[in-house]
Every structure is written in C-alpha cells, then in structure tokens.
Design a protein around this ligand. Sequence first.
Ligand code: NAP
Length: 370
Amino acid sequence: MRNVPLGSSGMNVPVVGIGTMGLGGYFQRDDTNDSEAIIRIQEGIELGATLIDTAEIYGAGHTEELVGRAIKPHREKVVIATKFSPENSSASAVINAVERSLKRLAVDCIDLYQTHWPNPSVPFAETLEALDNLLRQGKIRAVGLSNSSRRQWLLAKNGLPPGSFVSFQQQYNLADRFVETTHLPVCRDEGLALIAYSPLMEGKIAPNDARRCQLDDFARQYEITTVQLVIAWLLRHPEVVVIPKAASARHVQENVAAASLVLNSEVLAKIDQMYRSVIIHVFPRDIKQGDAVGRNVYRTLQEALQNPSNMTPSPREVADELISGEPFKPIKLSRYGNGTKAYSLVEGRLRYWAWVIANGNSRPLPCIIV
Ligand code: NAP
C-alpha cells in the first residue's frame, strides 16, 4: 500500500489506516464484541492497514485495551496513534494520561500522541512542554494535533523539537471540505500528514441528495463500491491518510483495496465540482437545535455561557478564539419542513453558540447544507 511520511519523524503510515471509535464502546465501555473487534483490527493489519487510530476516551479506555491486544503479535509493523482528552492538557494530567494509555495499549512507547481537542483554559505552551518531556523520555515518538486551531499549530511548530510535530487529524469527507483551505495547504508546505477522520461521514458515505445517483454511477463504471470511490477521491491529495472505522471483514477489505485505485482526473474533477462546499449564511434564529441523542447540548444562550456540563473547550472559549481571528468552520444544517428558512442543526453546536456569543443574534453565520 502507498505510504505517507509522518513529517520527518522517519515513520511512514499507509494511506488507509484503521479507525477504532465504537470498537469496545463509544464513550462508555462495551465488552460484548471484544473478540470481533480484535479480529477486525488484525485483519486490517494483515492487509497492510498498519496505522491504528484510537483515543483514551473511546470506550472509556477499553478501545485502547482492545488495540493493545490486537497489535501484540504485530507491534513492530504498526503505528499506534492515540489521543489525550482536552481535560488532560495540563502538564501533570498529560503525563498521567500517557501512562494510562501506555498501560492499556501494553506498549512502552506511543508512536503518535495527539491532542484530541484544544483546551484554551490551559496554556498550550504548558501542554507542549509536557509533550516535549515525553518525547525526550521516549514515551512518545511524535506529536499530532486534532481539531486544532491555527494558533495551536504555530505554537506546536515552534515549541517542539524539529521533526517531532508530524500531523493534523481533522474531519474530511464529501460534506466537510474545510481542511482543503485550512490544514491541507499547511501540510503541503510543511511536509505534514493529514489524517482524515470520519472519511465516510460516519457511515452515511455521502450527503443524501440527488448527487448520490451520479456518485453511484461513477463507482459502477469502475466496478467498485461508492465507499471505495469516496476513499480514492480523498486520497487524491498525496498528504492525506484515511482512517475509516469498519466492524465487518468485508468493509475492512473493501477499504484497504481502495488504496490502490487510480481514478481518472476527469472523474476526480467532476466529484470535486459536484461536492464543492456551498456556504450559505443563516441567522441563528432560523436554526432549530435538532436532536442530539446521547450528547450534551445547550439550548439557550444562558446555558451556553454558563457551560454547566463543563464542556472543554467551552462555547465562550471558542468565541474568544473567533474574536481573535481564528477561521470559523461552517456548521452543518439540514432543511426541514417546507419553509425555505427552516433549518435543523446537524453538526457544530459548540461553534453555533460560540458564534452567537461572539457576534450576537443579528449576524448570519456560515453554514453548509448536508
Ligand atoms: P467513518 O469511518 O466515516 O464511518 C464509519 C462507518 O462507516 C461505520 O458505520 C462503518 O460500518 C461504515 N463503513 C466502513 N467501511 C464501510 C464500507 N466499506 N462500506 C460501507 N460502510 C462502511 O466514521 P468515524 O468512525 O467517525 O471515523 C473514523 C475514525 O476517525 C474513528 O473511528 C476515529 O478513530 C477517528 N475519529 C476522530 C475524531 C477526532 O475528533 N479526532 C472524531 C471522529 C472520528 P461498520 O462499522 O458496520 O463496518
């Protein structure tokens, strides 16, 4: 399988890796399918998908345990990428978090240690200093940033030993192409890898609209599945690595096989054009909060300001970043009812409230319809 260098760390990762969110439980431990999860990860490794992405929060730690068990016979050939939660960004908390992850993964070094989300209430310089110490101690081999701001990137670039900051992990799929103008140009210029999460839109593959038929047609022309077409399209950028999560052997095989597909430039350009991001501007009052089963959501400005669920970062902290000039990633909406101005919020609740805190209710916010 084609490889992408992880910066100048000397490590290379295959363009198709393995995502593990949901194996062993989403945010709570679920050990009912442990054996299957381990087999899936091992099948992927045997097929060459040797980048395994996980996080301390997945399955409340159980996912890391499963990854540890799965990679045991293959340690030398895998690149383990895990993430620490924003609550663990202080110097002492990062050090404790890495020890817990090392134990659960049953390894003595984590290849790629990533921030999961920024925590603006802890100075990032403090987090970086702790990561620097972990690099020197050999507990981690390289550092990556996930869901990161430009400010974090500049600090990581200058605050870590040369060559040790190697990747971004950001959402990238047919409905979310924000990285193309933000992180990808940086990856190109700095020789970093872009690890694309939720490449299959968490299983939806593509927005559910009229374009889907054309997408399926392209796949049929190549005698491949639509998922493979999407993966091949994402991999048109040489810096991109995808980490689809798959819980069936067929899905794992299909995803890995997509790594070797070459689509002609006309088809790539057509998909690019079909799914170009069309940003519309919608007043906050025209956006219904929608359902968010199992997630903490704030329904009023007052709640968002008070942050009773202790979200990290808080809506106010994200608002401060916006005010300081951080680009605003459009939130995702769907249309509901017949009214042209009736929208339901699909993704980006935190950013929605941050926008309202920063700009009030009278400025429309950038959105995309999915
Ligand atoms: P995803 O990979 O976009 O989609 C996973 C879904 O796609 C699953 O329902 C899976 O079904 C289905 N699928 C996989 N292969 C398929 C195939 N060949 N044909 C049809 N369906 C297929 O979603 P994700 O889990 O959100 O993202 C992938 C990984 O990115 C995560 O596991 C995690 O490691 C990482 N991630 C990181 C962040 C972050 O904040 N850094 C956020 C989200 C995700 P089955 O399970 O039934 O196979």
